[in-house]
Write a protein that binds this ligand. Structure first.
Ligand SMILES: Cc1cc2nc3c(=O)[nH]c(=O)nc-3n(C[C@H](O)[C@H](O)[C@H](O)COP(=O)(O)OP(=O)(O)OC[C@H]3O[C@@H](n4cnc5c(N)ncnc54)[C@H](O)[C@@H]3O)c2cc1C
Length: 306
């Protein structure tokens, strides 16, 4: 619940880039999610700072989100202010074989720039949808390669909005689909990546090869959040779910994908409860059959419907 006074202050700060009582389903790749008290899109690190200070002043909690490609928002929506990074879009080549990208730059734009300028090193991530901020916060990756392999450092605004600092890779503690070392509620506003000079055609070819590989193995034509579960050590969540006979299992509008068992698709009108029911079912049956407890990779945000 946001007071009228807080609404006025947030609107003065961001004008039409803040909306109140707005559905989160438009900001997640699953197309699921209840209403957020406010959804705000600051367009610069300074605005991120000011927004966080305003949240503090009015006692509002905040949640940071990129493109919501790894996020399930519950049906009861999100209390407080959702900070979308999608307007932080500066992307520039820097000296010493590096590239700075603001948090809301889409991964696809990053790949395009690398292809056009012949900057190699990031192609392994081609086809991982979402923003640079989400990529780094999730330590997203494919196979053995992850964001951590190419991140030189990040620029972060503290949760109170009072401090902006540059952290080198030594201060960042990456692990499988996770980044620790930042205070909870911090906002990554930009990232410095290591790249190498190469031929544009070679970079573009590698990007295309990665995209083609993905197209054959993932259900890219239906709303999903990518892999729902982390791969357990030495095995694959998708293999375990498939072996448990769960491919194609539905609950309401959600379905364990018949193409890739670690994906849950919104086949139409799915709610977060439908997805949670499938998550619980997969965990239960896989545990029964293999003894392995699957851990969600998808980040679950918000509150259950009343
Ligand atoms: C079809 C499909 C395929 C996918 N394939 C892969 C894959 O191969 N490998 C893989 O690793 N992932 C994959 N994913 C998952 C997803 O693309 C990645 O996790 C991606 O990095 C998420 O980016 P995002 O901006 O959408 O993050 P969001 O979902 O918006 O956020 C994810 C988390 O990061 C935090 N976060 C986001 N931005 C910031 C920020 N600026 N500062 C602080 N915290 C932040 C959020 O709070 C949240 O906890 C796939 C998803 C889909 C839908």
């Amino acid at each position: 619940m946001i007071t009228d006074e807080a609404k006025v202050a947030l609107t003065q700060l961001l004008e039409d880039r803040v909306r109140f009582d707005a559905p989160m389903s438009r900001h997640t790749s699953l197309r699921i999610g209840g209403v957020a008290d406010a959804i705000a899109s600051p367009a610069s690190p300074l605005e991120v700072e000011a927004l966080l200070r305003a949240c503090r002043r009015f006692g509002l909690s905040h949640t940071v989100l990129g493109n919501g490609f790894n996020t399930l928002v519950l049906d009861g929506g999100i209390e407080g202010v959702v900070i979308l990074t999608n307007k932080l879009r500066l992307l520039e080549e820097r000296p010493n074989s590096s590239l700075r990208a603001q948090a809301g730059v889409s991964h696809a734009s990053l790949m395009r720039l690398c292809g056009d300028k012949g900057l190699a090193g990031l192609e392994f991530g081609a086809g991982i949808p979402g923003t640079v901020g989400g990529w780094v916060a999730m330590n997203a990756g494919i196979g053995v390669r992850e964001a951590k392999d190419v991140v030189l450092g990040v620029e972060v605004v503290s949760p109170t909005g009072r401090k902006r600092s540059h952290l080198g890779r030594d201060a960042l503690h990456f692990s499988y689909r996770s980044l620790r070392g930042l205070a909870p509620g911090s906002v990554i506003v930009s990232t410095l990546f290591a790249v190498e000079l190469s031929e544009p055609s070679a970079v573009k070819e590698e990007v295309k090869r990665m995209l083609d590989k993905r197209a054959g193995t993932q259900p890219l034509d239906v709303p999903s959040c990518g892999s729902v579960f982390k791969n357990p050590s030495g095995d694959y969540a998708g293999r375990l779910i498939e072996e448990a006979g769960l491919k194609g299992t539905s609950h309401g509008g959600a379905q364990i994908s018949p193409v890739h068992a670690n994906f849950i698709a919104n086949t139409g009108g799915a709610t977060a409860s439908d997805v949670l029911a499938l998550i619980a079912e997969a965990q239960r049956i896989v545990k029964q059959q293999s003894g392995i407890r699957l851990q969600p990779e998808v980040r679950i945000l918000g509150r259950e419907a009343a």
